[in-house]
Design a protein around this ligand. Sequence first.
Ligand code: ATP
Ligand code: MG
Length: 137
Amino acid sequence: MERTLTMIKPDGVNRNLIGEVINRFEKAGLKVVGLKMLHLTKRQAEEFYAIHRGKPFFDELTTYMSSGPVIAMVLEGENAVAKTREIMGATDPKEAAPGTIRADLALSKGENTVHGSDSLENAAIEIAFFFSQSELL
Ligand code: ATP
Ligand code: MG
């Protein structure tokens, strides 16, 4: 059984979409096995998205991700990494498939409501970024 790290980004928390987003994952059969709310510092956002350091949107991204609280969640299920990415939809809501979280709820390519790990390897790294063993059930 796979585990993946998802976040509800500041625009989602701010617009009261926490329940809506979690509902979509749960309905797809993914189980919440860890969950917390926190406000990332700019430094923490830079560390989390370190892979994008140097890209033109890096400062905008990390400023945005530290602009308000986020929900960090670990989801468990068969093919959890790919399934979560499918339910989220493409990065840019204009390109996201109908019925996905980003097509239905995201505001823009930057403020796109959710994050999901893009590989099993990165899922393990990202889960460890937010959660200790005792916080995962
Ligand atoms: P995430 O990693 O948040 O799940 P993703 O894997 O779909 O999203 P990435 O390419 O990893 O997309 O980009 C990380 C995030 O950086 C995007 O979700 C988006 O918020 C922001 N981003 C990416 N490209 C741009 C861009 N061209 N302009 C503004 N923001 C961008
Ligand atoms: Mg990504």
